[in-house]
Design a protein around this ligand. Structure first.
Ligand SMILES: [Zn+2]
Ligand SMILES: [Zn+2]
Length: 92
């Protein structure tokens, strides 16, 4: 109980309205850019780093485009993308 203000990223549960809030917040924060390839997209996905859909903590979430999202799930990211991703995760 360190924070008093409401952080949309701390919203528990998987109701679609709560999730939409989290998603919009993160996409806005990333300026509509995929965090892996750094390109701008109209449609972005949120990837759960731990592979579970219910952990909506900031550190578990990654804003990615559709193609990078597919790569993440196939674990086929190339070395350059992995470095960019690690770098981004470190600085947020
Ligand atoms: Zn991408
Ligand atoms: Zn995913």
């Amino acid at each position: 109980m360190k924070r008093k203000s409401i952080d949309p990223l701390e919203i528990k549960g998987n109701s679609s309205s709560a999730w939409n809030l989290v998603r919009e917040y993160l996409i806005q924060e990333s300026e509509n850019k995929c965090q892996v390839c750094r390109d701008k997209f109209d449609i972005l996905h949120i990837h759960h780093l731990d592979g579970k859909g219910l952990n909506n903590k900031r550190k578990n979430l990654l804003v990615v485009c559709q193609s990078c999202h597919g790569l993440l799930h196939q674990a086929k990211l190339n070395t350059g993308d992995r470095i960019k991703l690690a770098d981004w995760l470190k600085h947020r």
